[in-house]
Design a protein around this ligand. Sequence first.
Ligand SMILES: Nc1ncnc2c1ncn2[C@@H]1O[C@H](COP(=O)(O)OP(=O)(O)OP(=O)(O)O)[C@@H](O)[C@H]1O
Ligand SMILES: [Mg+2]
Length: 252
Amino acid sequence: MKVLSADKLSKSFGGLQALRSVDLEIEAGECRAIIGPNGAGKTTLFHLLSGTLPTSSGTILFQGEDITRSPCHVRAMKGLARTFQITSLFPSLTTMQNVILAVQAVHGSKFVMHRPATSSQQTMDRVQQVLEEGGLWNKRNVPVRYLSYGEQRQLEVMLALAGQPKVLLLDEPTAGLSEAERGTMTSLFRDLRGKVTIVLVSHDIDVAFAVADGISVLHMGELLTEGTPAAVRQDARVSQIYLGDESESAHA
Ligand SMILES: Nc1ncnc2c1ncn2[C@@H]1O[C@H](COP(=O)(O)OP(=O)(O)OP(=O)(O)O)[C@@H](O)[C@H]1O
Ligand SMILES: [Mg+2]
């Protein structure tokens, strides 16, 4: 079943056409990576799908419903989540307290509000589940400012997952991570496979090939090709745009 699709999506910034008639169809449960060199239009696509930027033309459907003009928070409530920025973490609160706030933000209206958070068993069960799934259970009592950069990025993903979204949009989730931290993030995405639909926007092609079921390649605002990792890896046009661009190595 298609959960998210884009039809002829375009975006111009003044005279610059950052995205040109891009079609995308995401199946429920899949992990899709959207790759492409610097300036290809990946982040722009992410903003259009999440609703932080208006489209110039084209349509976005989420579970069959036209959300092209819905604001971010409406998309989020429908189950289309994006990662929080690190700046939205509360640095002096513990990892667990941050997760409690995220779970409450989503389930607040469903759960009993006048009781303190820790007395709601439902909230705490979900908090524990989120921390365990994200591999941060053993860091639950550590104030977030003492977490490593990689752990903070992991926590961002976990906060976005706290509300049990249907689709999670991630922009460059491994940017700035060490080799080891990229490994941890990669295995987190593998663990999430099948539990949530993931659309991962990244120029880190190693991570994309390691986790995605399908890969869409953007180049100069257009969809160059898409297919299984094996098929995309063999596509001569893909190696050419990566190898042809001196600013971007194949392992960037
Ligand atoms: N707000 C904006 N105003 C004007 N031009 C923009 C704006 N945002 C992006 N662009 C331009 O649109 C093009 C696509 O940018 P985008 O950020 O989507 O690329 P990207 O694929 O995410 O690149 P990177 O891998 O470097 O993150 C670029 O030429 C960029 O300069
Ligand atoms: Mg980008």
